[in-house]
Design a protein around this ligand. Structure first.
Ligand SMILES: [Zn+2]
Length: 209
C-alpha cells in the first residue's frame, strides 16, 4: 500500500492518501486544505482518487473536500449525523477567521460497518461519536491501520467542548470500538504523531480506569 500523511492547513489536520500499487486507485482522507500539495502527491504516485472520506465535518478536516471532488470526480463521503456542523460552516469559519468554504451534503453517508473498497484496498467504517455526532474512524485490518480522526490522539483524546461533543460518548466509543482492536494497530490521528492501540491502552492518561 502507498501511504502518505501530510498535515494540511492552519490547524495541521493530518490528510492521508491511501493508494494501491497495482490498480493505482486511491482514497483521500480528510483533505482539509492544501489541495495543490495533495494533488502533487497523487501525481507523484500516479494515483487516481476514487473516494474522499471525511472523518468528521469540522472545517479543518472537510474544507477542501468539494474542491478535490471538482478536480477528481471522486465522491465525498461522511456520516450524515454531522450535517448540523455543515450547516454552521460559516460559524466554524468564524472560529478560525477564514472565508467560509463550499461544503456540500455527502454523496453517501458513512454508517457504522460500511465497507470501503477500491481495487486492492478494503476497510470498514467504525462510527465513533463523541468528538462530533458523526465522527467515524476508517479501519483497514489487512494493514493493521486505523485512521482515527479527532477521536483518539497519541496521549490524548478528542475535545468535546464544541457543538455536538459529548465526553461520555467519546470515551465509550474509544473503549468499545477502538481499544478492542489488536495492540499492533497503527493509529494515524487527525492531528499530531502516529501511535498504536497497544500504547494508548497502556499509557493514554484519558483512558485509565
Ligand atoms: Zn475535529
Amino acid at each position: 500500500m502507498i501511504l502518505e500523511t501530510l498535515p494540511v492547513g492552519p490547524l495541521q489536520c493530518n490528510c492521508s492518501i491511501l493508494g494501491d500499487e497495482t490498480s493505482r486507485e486511491a482514497i483521500v482522507v480528510d483533505p482539509g486544505d492544501d489541495i495543490p500539495r495533495i494533488l502533487a502527491l497523487l501525481t507523484k504516485h500516479q494515483l487516481t482518487v476514487k473516494q474522499i472520506i471525511i472523518t468528521h465535518a469540522h472545517i479543518d478536516h472537510i474544507a477542501g473536500a468539494q474542491r478535490l471532488k471538482q478536480l477528481t470526480g471522486a465522491p465525498v463521503l461522511y456520516n450524515q449525523n454531522d450535517l448540523p456542523l455543515v450547516k454552521m460552516m460559516d460559524v466554524q469559519a468564524g472560529w478560525l477567521g477564514v472565508p467560509t468554504p463550499n461544503v456540500q451534503a455527502p454523496d453517501d453517508t458513512l454508517d457504522d460497518g460500511k465497507l470501503i473498497a477500491i481495487t486492492g484496498l478494503t476497510g470498514n467504517i467504525l462510527h465513533t461519536p463523541g468528538h462530533t455526532e458523526g465522527s467515524v474512524c476508517l479501519y483497514l485490518p489487512a494493514h493493521t491501520l486505523l485512521l482515527a480522526g479527532d477521536t483518539l490522539f497519541a496521549g490524548s483524546v478528542g475535545r468535546t467542548d464544541l457543538p455536538g461533543g459529548n465526553t461520555r460518548k467519546l470515551l465509550t466509543s474509544i473503549h468499545d470500538r477502538l481499544l478492542v482492536l489488536p495492540d499492533e494497530t497503527i493509529v494515524i490521528p487527525g492531528h499530531g504523531a502516529s501511535t498504536t492501540i497497544g500504547s494508548e491502552r497502556l499509557a493514554n492518561p484519558f483512558l485509565q480506569t
